[in-house]
Design a protein around this ligand. Structure first.
Ligand code: COA
Length: 268
């Protein structure tokens, strides 16, 4: 199991299990800080409407949960305050981890977007006019997405600093399908961080959620983005003509997709 997240019988709920990647260095924030706010008794308070069903104290490495565990999880989710020992976190390498975003990240995330605005705006329509307020909204939406069991978005954290995000664009549980999007700061390109992160999310979609299809759409001229899909063995399926407006131009998207049956061999 890659991410410390357990999905109950879809589309009902998601549970989060203990963290493995706390950063012990002085002056560093803990990687994967808690989802809720810490109370003085050391308990983490989580709004039920924010995270619909969170279970604490599930052991890492358990690929699925028993019927009894599920009942226990649902019952703990009904409480407004539960003991939370950790949150989703996944290590890419010794410097880099993926972790959930929280509202306190807004200024840091916004600053990265602002520093990379021109570079991002070549392919991402939201980047040109992104504001701090819109960044807060994006983070709130990402929390709601997780609570609604519609996938999740994570920050890419390099040496303790946020350098990008990636995540799922919702999950179609009916068709067992999803798609993945990503960006990383220009200065962090070329290290294979995003390829490895996309591999982890794809693995999660197939092995934990048991989905059948994962899609990546990229601008036809966005060679770096398309290279990620190709490197991971996604198949090119076709072109959606002028499907997105970016700045003053319409961009064609190339659809790349991986099916569950292909992934086990492609990911070797
Ligand atoms: C698209 C984007 C994420 C690609 O970033 P990237 O750095 O090229 O992708 P990766 O992090 O996977 O790095 C791949 C590079 O690292 C190298 N690499 C090093 N170690 C690697 C490893 N362990 N695994 C894979 N690749 C590795 C690859 O060879 C490749 O090198 P190259 O640039 O010389 O071809 C980035 O350009 C970006 O954010 N662009 C702006 C936003 C955007 O377009 N988003 C996508 C919208 S669809």
């Amino acid at each position: 199991m890659l991410f410390e997240i357990v999905t109950l019988a879809p589309p009902h709920a998601t549970a989060i299990v203990p963290i493995r990647d706390r950063d012990p260095r002085p002056g560093r924030r803990a990687l994967g800080a808690p989802l809720g706010s810490a109370a003085s008794d050391g308990r983490i308070r989580i709004d039920n409407d924010e995270i619909g069903c969170i279970a604490a104290q599930i052991q890492p490495g358990r690929p699925s949960t028993s019927r009894t565990d599920r009942a226990a999880m649902q019952s703990s989710a009904a409480q407004t305050s539960i003991r939370m020992t950790g949150v989703l976190s996944y290590r890419i390498d010794e410097r880099c981890v993926l972790r959930l975003l929280e509202e306190a990240d807004a200024s840091e995330l916004y600053a990265v977007v602002d520093d990379n605005r021109e570079y991002l705006a070549r392919w991402m329509p939201w980047a040109a006019n992104q504001t701090l307020e819109a960044t807060v909204e994006f983070i709130r939406d990402s929390r709601k997405q997780l609570a609604d069991n519609q996938g999740f978005v994570v920050a890419i954290v390099d040496d303790g600093r946020i350098v990008g995000t990636l995540g799922f664009h919702r999950v179609d549980w009916e068709s067992r399908s999803t798609s993945i999007g990503y960006w990383i700061a220009e200065s962090c390109q070329g290290r294979g961080i995003v390829t490895r992160a996309v591999r982890a999310l794809t693995d999660h979609a197939f092995s934990i959620w048991q989905l059948n299809r994962v899609e990546i759409r990229a601008g036809i001229g966005n060679e770096r983005s398309r290279a990620i899909a190709t490197r991971l063995g996604f198949k090119e399926e076709g072109v959606l003509r002028e499907v997105e407006r970016v700045g003053d131009r319409y961009v064609d998207h190339v659809v790349h997709a991986m099916l569950a049956a292909e992934w086990s061999t492609a990911s070797m």
